[in-house]
Design a protein around this ligand. Structure first.
Ligand SMILES: *[C@@H]1O[C@H](CO)[C@@H](O)[C@H](O)[C@H]1NC(C)=O
Ligand SMILES: *[C@@H]1O[C@H](CO)[C@@H](O)[C@H](O)[C@H]1NC(C)=O
Length: 261
């Protein structure tokens, strides 16, 4: 298995168990004192667990988590005003694909003139309340991007992907990239991690199952050429101009692909 794909049964199992509960032996000749100790520990864990689930500080938690991991998704967040300058009207109907998509979608939806949808490629175990609402409304979907996206052709004006493609082998990229192009009318923007970028921390590695294969820009460009995807030079130029004006320096590789064959 290359990474942990969406698995609803696992999610159910996870939410039903307390942390560490498996660490205690099933059959034990516990002394009364130890029992009391365990009871206290159990109570403490319950309290801690319900606090964690209360959601009040959810968005803050998500934001700081993005902050501590140098992710391309957090660079998409910063790039929203620059993407608007580069794409103008093509930003009217955006699909973002990548981990933490809820936070990107929430920010895009703050813009008056943007409709936004998201695909979260991984389990949403620790989703906060606002993210759960986005999922319930169908604005964010949890979907394995190795399979065709659950949208009709040309459903969006622009498709933006971050962090998700780094985990796919060329075999799957060959299927996924044309499918991303299928659902877009005006373009595809890909934020990919650069080698040398200290990206995933240990906790993130556990989430994704294995480290990303960070590829160089030249690897990606060669791959795009081979796959028949062309760079949208005008979009690239506008993006770079707007980026330098705003002093935005992405550490991720940003690729602007055109859909005209
Ligand atoms: C992916 O597609 C390209 C272009 O069609 C092809 O040259 C390459 O061999 C394919 N790679 C894999 C791993 O299937
Ligand atoms: C290139 O990007 C611009 C936005 O800067 C967009 O309007 C145009 O449709 C794109 N061209 C192609 C061929 O995809």
């Amino acid at each position: 298995m290359s990474r942990r794909a969406v698995n609803p049964s696992r999610r159910l199992a996870d939410s039903g168990t307390l942390p560490f509960s498996g660490a205690f032996p099933q059959k034990s000749r516990t002394s009364p004192l130890l029992s009391i100790g365990l009871l206290l520990l159990g109570g403490f864990l319950l309290i801690a667990y319900s606090y964690r689930g209360s959601g009040g500080s959810g968005s803050v938690k998500a934001a700081s988590r993005i902050g501590e991991v140098l992710s391309c998704t957090s660079e998409v967040q910063q790039a929203i005003p620059i993407l608007k300058k580069a794409y103008g009207d093509s930003m009217r109907k955006v699909l973002h694909i990548g981990p933490e998509t809820c936070s990107v979608i929430s920010n895009l939806l703050k813009e008056d003139d943007i409709e936004a949808w998201g695909v979260e490629p991984y389990d949403l175990e620790d989703a906060d309340t606002s993210c759960k609402i986005l999922v319930r409304k169908g604005i964010v979907r949890v979907a394995d991007i190795k399979f065709p996206l659950p949208y009709r052709a040309k459903s969006f004006s622009l498709v933006i992907v971050s962090d998700a493609l780094d985990y796919l082998s060329p075999k799957y990229l060959n299927k996924t990239l044309p499918d991303l192009a299928r659902v877009s009318t005006d373009g595809l923007v890909i934020f990919a991690g650069n080698p040398g970028q200290r990206r995933a921390k240990v906790s993130e590695l556990a989430k994704f199952g294995k480290p990303a294969k960070l590829r160089s820009s030249s690897w990606w460009i060669k791959y795009f050429v081979q796959t028949g995807l062309e760079e949208n030079e005008s979009a690239t130029k506008k993006f770079e101009q707007a980026a330098s004006k705003d002093s935005y320096q992405p550490t991720c590789g940003v690729f602007h692909l055109s859909l005209s064959q």
